[in-house]
Design a binder for this molecule. Sequence first.
Ligand SMILES: Cc1cc2nc3c(=O)[nH]c(=O)nc-3n(C[C@H](O)[C@H](O)[C@H](O)COP(=O)(O)OP(=O)(O)OC[C@H]3O[C@@H](n4cnc5c(N)ncnc54)[C@H](O)[C@@H]3O)c2cc1C
Length: 319
Amino acid sequence: MIIIGAGPIGLACGIEARKAGLDFLIIEKGTLANSIYNYPVNMTFFSTSQKLEMGDIPFMSIENKPRRTEALEYYRRVSQAYGLPINYYEEATTVTGKAGEFTVTTSKATYHTKFVIVATGFYDVPNYLNVPGEELSKVAHYYKEPWPYVGQKVVVIGAGNSAVDAALECWRKGADVTMIIQHEAIDRNVKYWVLPDIENRIKEGSIKALFNTKVKEIHPKSLLLENESGDFEIENDFVLAMTGYKPNYPLLKKFEIDLIDENQIPCFDQQNHETNRKGMYLAGVVCGGLNTRSYFIENSIEHSQKILSDIKEKIHLYK
Ligand SMILES: Cc1cc2nc3c(=O)[nH]c(=O)nc-3n(C[C@H](O)[C@H](O)[C@H](O)COP(=O)(O)OP(=O)(O)OC[C@H]3O[C@@H](n4cnc5c(N)ncnc54)[C@H](O)[C@@H]3O)c2cc1C
């Protein structure tokens, strides 16, 4: 069996495969838990560490909600404890053949396998604004830490957790922060202990927020914005476009996984997570398609059990 992606859920599938005594390999295009590695450096999870536990390995964290580095260490310990075979910096590109005789091609090798689990997440492809100037080096779709923005005029686009965390951190390190929000309020799904902080900073005027406003053009030293009164320009040094992410659809297409409805949800059976392509399974947050809030680590760990119990039932078919 080949598992594509060594995020939390790819690892959970590896644990179940190990328990089942299967011969398997995890292929990862980056480092271990690559998405979490690329999260903001100071990010705190909204889940408690206990709810993220897998494979009966306790997840210890200083506070009840773990930080990014604690999660990275946890996943390292999990992969070590189960001796998970992971090939890093190897990208899966195509899967040909059928159940029992798939051929998986990667950036480094070709593998023959009976089953494939796709656990590729949604953090590799940002939702682009598609406006002129988005390609300028001052625009980032991933936020890491506040230090580059000290004393700078920073625009944060978006109103969700990522946007709010970035706005607050940058403002606390001395950036002049303006949030551009296309709706009339901060997203109600923002972490409950962070929401009052951002709302009060906006109310007192420390962080400026332009609601019902969109970015029309990005220029080297300014932004052209639009709201119901028309177009207007503001001075700007950096843009943090925290507009969310989506699954890698070209890859899913190459894997011949169909999509359903306007949320482009990949086609899979809720009972066993097998896709329309027999022998190919989907696990983790990629299952939600554009609805990236429907799955998270907490409610995706069980995908690994569903998939592996199905594979255990079917494996004799391909001996
Ligand atoms: C800022 C942020 C905070 C979050 N906080 C929480 C939280 O508190 N609690 C919670 O439960 N969830 C949280 N989530 C959601 C959840 O943590 C993540 O989306 C989680 O990482 C999903 O796990 P996954 O294994 O499904 O996908 P990912 O962790 O995204 O793993 C996918 C892996 O597949 C690899 N990959 C992709 N394509 C290929 C390829 N072609 N070949 C090889 N490898 C490939 C990637 O490099 C990556 O390592 C958060 C998400 C974000 C963005």
